[in-house]
Ligand binder design. Structure first.
Ligand code: TYD
Length: 206
């Protein structure tokens, strides 16, 4: 028995967290057991790495390695055990974030990311990825309401344009895995559209 591995992605301020609030119950109502996690983070060590990643200056190499160190813990402690017992995993960000932020935003080598990905994940990939998309102006608007910004949120427009375009490119190349959500729409409209997309995806995977 194997559960579904579902990831949520998008630029900061795209509304991932808002939708993370209702998604678990939506799946539970279908009778699924849900494990919720996030990256960087999810495990005790992963959460410590998250603090460091979001606030300490470091080289690009260290940043990529720590993202995958956190991922390694998350996969082995949470994700794999949950999936193999038939639970569904909802993960707030995963390796698409590394391609988008480290690869796109920081211009870190895609080849190195791919090598870390195959080393750490050993073929484990999301079954479904929800990509919440908003234009830069909207995410800036929403982030502006935040008090303190972390190392990523402080990046400039070019960084976020690059992040967003890597996400689009990955969704374009792998349309079966991605549901791209226009997150500029009002919350309720996004939720209704997403529910329909999820039911269709799940129907095809039964
Ligand atoms: P997030 O949880 O969305 O932050 P918040 O709780 O403030 O909404 O993500 C934390 C940050 O980590 C986000 O700016 C993107 C970054 N990140 C990467 O750069 N690479 C990665 O591989 C991951 C998983 C996250």
């Amino acid at each position: 028995m194997k559960g579904l591995f579902i990831t949520l992605e998008g630029v900061d301020g795209a509304g991932k967290s808002t939708h993370m609030k209702w998604l678990p119950d939506f799946f539970r109502e279908m009778g699924q057991e849900i494990v919720i996690t996030r990256e960087p983070g999810g495990t005790p060590l992963g959460e410590q790495l998250r603090e460091i990643l979001l606030h300490q200056p470091m080289t690009q190499e260290t940043e990529a390695l720590l993202m995958f160190a956190s991922r390694q813990e998350n996969i082995n402690q949470l994700i794999k055990p949950a999936l193999s017992s038939g639970k569904w995993v909802l993960c707030d960000r995963f390796t698409d974030s590394t391609y988008a932020y480290q690869g796109g935003g920081r211009h870190f080598s895609n080849d190195k990311i791919a090598r870390l990905e195959s080393w750490v994940q050993e073929g484990l990939n999301p079954d479904l990825t929800l990509l919440f998309d908003v234009p830069l102006a909207v995410s800036r608007e929403r982030l502006g309401k935040h008090e303190s910004q972390d190392r990523f949120e402080q990046e400039n427009d070019a960084f976020f344009e690059a992040v967003r375009s890597v996400y689009f490119e990955r969704a374009r190349r792998d349309p079966k895995r991605f549901i791209v959500v226009d997150s500029t729409l009002p919350f309720e409209q996004v939720r209704i559209g997403l529910e329909a997309g999820l039911l269709e995806f799940i129907g095809q995977h039964k």
